[in-house]
Design a protein. Structure first.
Length: 225
């Protein structure tokens, strides 16, 4: 077999693999790095649905999302995802957590879920790792299976009550920045705690003095021994 034939065969194989490579940068209608305005419009969410999870040193916002069944012709395909949480770092989508409807996957094992997801995202790995679940501040969950490329990671986990499964999807770059921001926010809160307590006590004392002065002004003129 000639080197030229081997090279052509390898090139064809890589080309075919590239055609079928999963696009980890996009999940359904959402693309990582998209603006909060764009994502909320695509998800059909109102601005009031956005909540602030952290204000500093970087702004982290979250929104709950519920997908709708996909209509195919005259039939409606059942929706396996019950709900999701969209997370934004300084206004950019960096993390998505989707929880599957327990009744749509009832009886399915972790191996079944891994096999089904692998049909879309390729072969899974099984690292020994834990990740934050539900939100940046939520409980951690063990990774059952992982799909990833150089820039994005998709992790399969069990829900906190273990009644269903969930997928945690994120941009590696933005998620690392968010995690660093969360650590720094905790450090700042701890460092500023003594001053906050002094400010709280000062405000309490001032309020007590103001209340005493108000009561004195009201009661002194009307006092009768």
């Amino acid at each position: 077999m000639s080197h030229r034939f081997l090279k052509l065969t390898l090139t064809a194989t890589l080309t075919l693999a590239g055609l079928h490579a999963a696009d980890f940068a996009k999940y359904r209608e959402f693309s990582f790095g998209e603006s909060l305005t764009t994502v909320t419009r695509e998800a059909g969410l109102s601005p009031t649905a956005i909540r602030v999870a952290q204000k500093r040193p970087m702004l982290i916002q979250e929104a709950d999302w519920q997908p709708h069944s996909v209509t195919l012709g005259s039939a409606s395909k059942p929706e396996s995802v019950r709900e999701g949480v969209l997370s934004f770092l300084n206004g950019e989508l960096f993390r998505i957590v989707v929880t599957y409807d327990r009744y749509r996957i009832e009886g399915m094992t972790a191996d079944d879920m891994t096999e089904a997801i692998s049909r879309t995202y390729g072969t899974a790995t099984h690292p020994t790792a834990e990740i934050a679940f539900r939100s940046s501040y939520g409980d951690t969950a063990a990774v059952l299976a992982r799909w990833e490329d150089a820039n994005y990671t998709y992790d399969l986990v069990r829900t906190g009550d273990r009644a269903s499964f969930a997928m945690v999807l994120y941009s590696k770059k933005l998620n690392a920045q968010a995690e660093a921001s969360i650590v720094e926010a905790a450090r700042l809160d701890l460092a500023e705690a003594p001053q906050r307590e002094l400010d709280r006590q000062k405000k309490t004392d001032e309020d007590a003095l103001a209340a005493a002065a108000k009561n004195r002004a009201a009661n002194k003129p009307n006092f009768r021994p």
